[in-house]
Design a protein around this ligand. Sequence first.
Ligand SMILES: [Zn+2]
Ligand SMILES: [Zn+2]
Length: 269
Amino acid sequence: MPPSSMMVVSQPAKRCRKCGLTKPVDLFPRNRQSSDGHRARCKPCHADDVRQWTHAKPERLERVRKRVVEWKPQHPEMRHANERRRRRERWRDDPVFRQACRERWLRYRQKNVERRAAAYRKWVRDNPERARARNRRWAARHREKTRAKAKAWRMANPARAQALWRASRSRRRAREQGAAGKTKRAKLQARWDYFGGRCWICGGEADSIDHVIPLARGGSNWPSNLRPACLACNTRKGVQPLAKSSHAPVHPLPHASTKTNGARSSRAE
Ligand SMILES: [Zn+2]
Ligand SMILES: [Zn+2]
């Protein structure tokens, strides 16, 4: 390499014999035959040479095209990578293209609200932990919104909100008072099945677990004190023990036909 072509750069540079520009050697195609391991013409110039050589004769062009057609299906990942790189560069350099992409994305969003919602629901189903973490992060960032939303839900579902509030309060109280007993999930399920999933007071469909003797009156968390109940009965009953309320059980127990209702309602099993 003649000294006149050297540039003051950390990387060795050389001058392209075709375009006359001085560039780092990296920008010259590798070539084992030449003394410095790179071609004399820079990459763009070399590509231009190859193109001209190929297009000079129709049979050459035909041969190259055939080779490309064979190569393509065998290297999909490389083609996709190239395509992505081209799009990235265009996105970076072409503001019109960038704007068009943005508009297309917005149109897609507007047109596929349902589809995107379904995809999101599927993601939530497949990644429950990540979805919960995501919700927590969102709630922490949008505290006011979260509070307003919860309030709106409580206004729209007063009975359910009250039942949930009661349930959480009784759980907390049970913890604080150290109420006796605990019930594993499987036992609770067995309890639920024993009553056929019906409310033990009205016989309707149950959707909550009732403490027959309320925790506030010394009731326990043992399975014997737990029965399925509908929210309406559970809420109406509140902390009154059943014997003192006007809602005596009318739903017969499957295995307790010999017992009297009074005996069952006045004490825990
Ligand atoms: Zn060049
Ligand atoms: Zn009921």
